[in-house]
Ligand binder design. Structure first.
Ligand code: NAD
Length: 256
């Protein structure tokens, strides 16, 4: 299937590693020019070596001035046809322990600044009559994950924003969707398993095996499997998919 996105331009946020990196590589392989953004430009430069159509850019999503500078620089080059909203996850913790300051700080980096960036890039997208906005959230927006109050709460705001926007811009040829990773095997997942093993004084391999066993597919997803779905959503061929939440979880979410 020709995805019909050769020559398009994408902004992939949180692209120094993990899911963002896999998506950036996948889009680049389809002939898309990819502005790959993260706090560390060096890390992007390292994986993007030899990939001509990846342009590393520095942007800390918690810093509004950097977010605006990124918007300015993209708009000066014609804007982005595809935006992949992604970034770091917040720390774990219960709803009762989460403090007001934490809610505000993480909401700013994970939601408000992203919404602002998308709002700034939207007029150019609308002018072209074609656009794709894909936000990475978590299975927690459908089945809240215990002890991840900040993530469950803030990512649900991203879902509400995405659905509202989808209806507003559907007539402009722009689709807006949310993808929900279950457990995709990135460095972050290894770090989470290591932290869980330390917390419970158990073996990391045991923790990972238990976590895998809880997934009907019996394994963690591969970043490339995740990126394939996002790349399809970013394509011209996915033109009638909008306002949706798409699970990429090996069947992990229990409800239908
Ligand atoms: P990751 O931690 O490996 O990658 C996150 C990326 O975001 C990195 O490139 C990091 O540098 C960047 N980032 C972090 N803070 C940033 C900031 N302030 N400004 C700009 N960039 C920033 O995580 P991942 O496994 O690739 O997951 C991506 C997102 O999906 C995360 O938010 C994660 O919590 C969420 N998620 C992942 C899974 C999974 O199974 N991997 C499951 C559920 C949710």
């Amino acid at each position: 299937m020709d995805l019909e996105i050769t020559g398009k331009c994408a902004l992939v946020l949180g692209a120094s590693r993990g899911l963002g990196m896999a998506i950036a590589k996948s889009l680049a392989a389809e002939g898309v020019t990819v502005f790959a953004a993260a706090r560390s430009r060096d890390k992007i430069e390292a994986w993007a070596k030899g990939i001509e159509n990846v342009r590393p850019v520095e942007c800390d999503l918690s810093d509004l001035a950097q977010v605006d500078a990124l918007a300015d620089s993209l708009l000066s080059e014609g804007g982005a046809d595809i935006i992949v909203n992604n970034g770091g996850g917040p720390p774990p913790g219960s709803a009762q322990a989460a403090e007001r300051g934490q809610w505000l700080a993480h909401f700013e980096a994970m939601a408000a600044n992203l919404f602002h960036l998308n709002t700034r890039l939207l007029p150019a997208m609308k002018e072209k009559g074609w656009g794709r906005i894909i936000s990475i959230t978590s299975s927690g927006v459908e089945q809240p994950i215990p002890n991840l109050a900040l993530s469950n709460g803030i990512r649900s705001a991203v879902v509400g924003w995405s659905k509202t926007l989808a209806s507003e811009v559907a007539g402009d040829g722009i689709t807006v969707n949310v993808v929900m990773p279950g457990r995709i095997h990135t460095q972050r997942v290894d770090e989470l398993d290591a932290a869980a093993a330390k917390r419970t004084d158990s073996d990391v391999a045991e923790v990972a095996a238990k976590s895998r066993a809880a997934i009907p597919a019996g394994r963690y997803g591969k970043p490339e499997e995740f990126a394939d779905v996002v790349t399809f959503l970013a394509s011209t061929r996915a033109s009638y998919v909008t306002g949706s939440r798409i699970r990429i979880d090996g069947g992990a979410i229990k409800g239908v």
